[in-house]
Design a binder for this molecule. Structure first.
Ligand code: ZN
Length: 367
């Protein structure tokens, strides 16, 4: 075999660059794994603080080794600046640390978190753009407490944190590969595979809500049209029900009575509540949404082949009214149906605490 001078052979130069890149990547992954294992050995099962930054509320709690929230506090999310949010995070950490011997802090935030789990690259609800959140929060905690809290703070995407919590303490326990879908105003996604959270190469995997399901469909905030979350989410539920009510359809009479005739007040939670009370229009809208949920899950099964889908978030309060139609649509749409094992579709178990429980647990070096 002849070896050509890389300077003369562009293909050889490209191969050499690729080899170097692979080596760098493997080195980084190995370092991260060693750091995490060291962290776990040091921290063990001590209580940790989890902070869940929502669009309107900051919820925080002290979480024990069994995923139980043993103390909690909350604040409104400041809308003024990124710094104001960081101040609030440090404030709740100070409050919780005063009564508990905590070892680490995990922060769950909506948006893209970098692969190092320290910066928020982009957040849809907050003024965070390339925000070095870990550093900023650690500095503020040091200023307030006059010391650090144990090991480094960890920042995680909120849906990833929720997925991790369901894996460790909820509907995904013991599953070797599972996908968690959080149906809130939009769709949050996370996947755990062989005991590790799947973050992707750049830390931004799991944005399933923006898979295009309906080309040319409803406009999405992300800039595209027809994203899954425009058809299966709290926002979608509200929009469909409002459309029905605004047309003056007698079918929507029950929904309108619930909101005193104010069409704009028909939001996702109103529809879910009405459906649980047996309102036929609400049940119909929810059934349709369950169908879209099932189609999206079938797409995910084709790509990812998980053993279980765990469905959480506010809309999942509808329970079987949502999951029944979702399972039906899933079976109808699944590729190679009848000739492959089918993933289970189950409800999440941790409720609205999932984000903060997962963030706290991840800060102990898991995931
Ligand atoms: Zn989108």
């Amino acid at each position: 075999m002849t070896t050509l001078d890389p300077l003369l052979d562009p293909l050889a130069a490209r191969r050499r660059d690729a080899r170097r890149a692979r080596r760098r990547m493997r080195g980084r992954q190995a370092r991260q794994l060693v750091q995490q294992q060291a962290r776990r050995a040091l921290i063990g099962d001590a209580p940790a603080i989890g902070v869940d930054i929502g669009g309107t509320k900051v919820a925080a709690g002290v979480v024990d080794a069994y995923g139980k929230v043993v103390a909690r506090t909350r604040r409104d999310t400041p809308t003024t600046s990124a710094q104001a949010v960081e101040d609030v995070i440090a404030e709740v950490v100070e409050e919780l640390a005063a009564g508990h011997d905590v070892v680490s802090v995990g922060i769950g935030a909506a948006g893209f978190v970098d692969a190092e789990r320290s910066s928020v690259l982009f957040s849809p609800h907050l003024a965070w753009r390339n925000e070095p959140l870990r550093e900023a929060v650690e500095r503020r905690i040091r200023e307030r407490l006059g010391r650090r809290i144990g090991r480094r703070t960890v920042v995680e995407n909120d849906a990833n944190a929720a997925a991790w919590a369901e894996y460790r303490f909820g509907g995904g326990t013991g599953e070797s590969r599972f996908v968690c879908i959080t149906l809130g105003t939009g769709i949050g996604g996370g996947m755990v595979s062989t005991g590790r959270l799947e973050r992707g190469r750049f830390g931004v995997a799991g944005e399933f809500g923006h898979m295009v399901l309906v080309p040319g469909g409803h406009r999405c905030e992300c800039g595209n049209r027809g994203c899954w979350e425009q058809y299966a989410s709290g926002n979608a539920l509200g929009r469909e029900a409002r459309e029905l009510a605004a047309m003056g359809s007698p079918v929507a009479q029950g929904l309108l009575e619930r909101v005193g005739g104010d069409v704009s007040a028909i939001v996702g939670t109103v529809v879910t509540d009405a459906a649980r009370d047996g309102d036929p229009a609400a049940v119909e809208v929810l059934t349709e949404m369950g169908g879209w949920l099932g189609v999206g899950l079938a797409n995910l099964a084709a790509a990812l082949d998980p053993g279980t889908f765990v469905i959480g978030g506010g809309v999942s309060a509808a329970g079987e009214l949502l999951l029944g139609p979702a399972r039906e649509a899933f079976r109808r749409t699944l590729s190679g149906r009848g000739h492959r094992p089918e993933a289970k579709i189950v409800l999440a178990e941790l409720g609205p605490d999932a984000g903060l429980v997962g963030a706290a647990d991840l800060s102990r070096g898991w995931g």
